[in-house]
Design a protein around this ligand. Structure first.
Ligand SMILES: Cc1ncc(COP(=O)(O)O)c(C=O)c1O
Length: 368
């Protein structure tokens, strides 16, 4: 099987993790944590970084920072991972959904303004599959309506919007460092923010809201969402070669695009003129006129020894939220089509050029 993604661990990661283990600083303090937080924040051009246990917990902290009142609304795309919407509902908020742009698969910014109500507190932008969302209009709408912008840049390490890094544009941003991400710490995440007060609160929430002066006196309820120094050592090693990682991901995508561009039955991922796409995954859409949907196509690739993953199922189609009374009778046709017809093919950092050619031949062969 050609795997959809495999992490690339080099001698440098082993060296730094070994050094960390030998130092005895194996829990949630140590030099690698400091280096990873400050290194990642400065890479994204943000002043404050707070490392956490994963991207899902990073989102929980980001939404806690909004101090939502029950029924407050946060606008977000329906086409994303459940971590985004559940972070809002855990805080008593209501996710208000937006459909996707059919061309670049990002949140359709033209639909945002009509969804703003007196209860709207924030916009959660999610950059999808390595490509940035169209941030300028989003920031402009947020400013005009006094809304906070949370950027979920879990999938867009190193991606750029008009020359600026994703995760460096909103008020608060989050990242995931799961094994399939461009930079991985095994499990891990980060909250970045422009505001010192929010950074301090995020640090406190991450660590059970212990206090400096009187440790076991708690003024609010936090979480244990800490990252270990061992995981951060992995992150520091990977951050050292992030430019190489981004270049390889782009090269994989360009090779696929070159080999698949004349295949009539599929749509390929785009790169808008204002974007630098890092192609976290290489997603393709099987055109409906082929008579095939994504799961049928995936089955045929699996029979040829090629692993794939389906696209996201929209938040409005999740039984867990329906049971809670959310999104009744809501429909978002673009996201529904992306789910039905979209999948991603192998694109991890261990993929060889020969494997890319093999996958491309298989895709062409099915659609011949
Ligand atoms: C857009 C997005 N946000 C958040 C997450 C959650 O990250 P984690 O898996 O580290 O909890 C992911 C995971 O892939 C994601 O794709």
């Amino acid at each position: 099987m050609i795997p959809v993604s495999e992490p690339l661990v080099t001698a440098r990661e082993i060296e730094l993790v070994t050094d960390c283990l030998k130092s005895g600083w194996i829990s949630s303090a140590g030099k690698y944590l400091d280096q990873f937080e400050s290194g990642w924040a400065s890479y994204c051009n943000m002043p404050y970084g707070i490392a956490v246990s994963n991207g899902t917990t990073a989102l929980q902290i980001a939404v806690r920072l909004l101090d939502l009142k029950p029924g407050d609304e946060v606008i977000m795309p329906t086409f994303t991972i459940i971590s985004c919407a559940q972070a809002i509902t855990y805080c008593g908020g209501v996710p208000v959904l937006i459909d996707s742009d059919p061309h670049n698969w990002q949140m359709d910014v033209s639909q945002i303004e009509s969804k703003i109500t007196p209860r709207t507190r924030a916009i959660m932008v999610v950059h999808i599959y390595g490509h940035p969302a169209d941030m300028d209009p989003i920031m402009e709408i947020a400013q005009r309506h006094g809304l906070i912008v949370i950027e979920d840049a879990a999938e867009t390490h190193g991606a750029e919007y008009k020359g600026k890094k994703c995760g460096g544009l909103g008020d608060i941003s989050i990242f995931s460092f799961y094994a399939n991400k461009l930079v991985t710490t095994g499990e891990g995440g980060m909250v970045l923010t422009k505001r010192g007060d929010l950074a301090e609160r995020a640090r406190s929430l991450r660590n059970l809201c212990f206090q400096k002066k009187q440790r076991f006196l708690h003024n609010e309820l936090g979480y244990n969402f800490r990252l270990t120094n061992i995981q951060a050592a992995l992150g520091v090693a990977q951050l050292e070669r992030i430019e190489q990682i981004v270049e390889r991901k782009r090269a994989i995508a360009h090779t696929y695009s070159e080999r698949l561009k004349d295949v009539a039955g599929i749509e390929l991922p785009v790169e808008e003129p204002w974007a630098k796409n890092v192609y976290w995954v290489y997603g393709i859409i099987i055109k409906e006129r082929t008579g095939m949907n994504a799961s049928e196509f995936a089955l045929q690739l699996a029979q040829k020894g090629i692993e794939t993953r389906p696209f996201f199922l929209g938040m409005h189609q999740q039984p867990a939220f329906k049971k809670m009374g959310f999104f009744k009778r809501e429909s978002y046709p673009v996201a529904e089509k992306l789910f039905r017809q979209g999948l991603y093919i192998p694109g991890g950092l261990t993929l060889t050029d020969e494997q890319i050619y093999q996958v491309s031949r298989a895709v062409r062969g099915i659609l011949k």
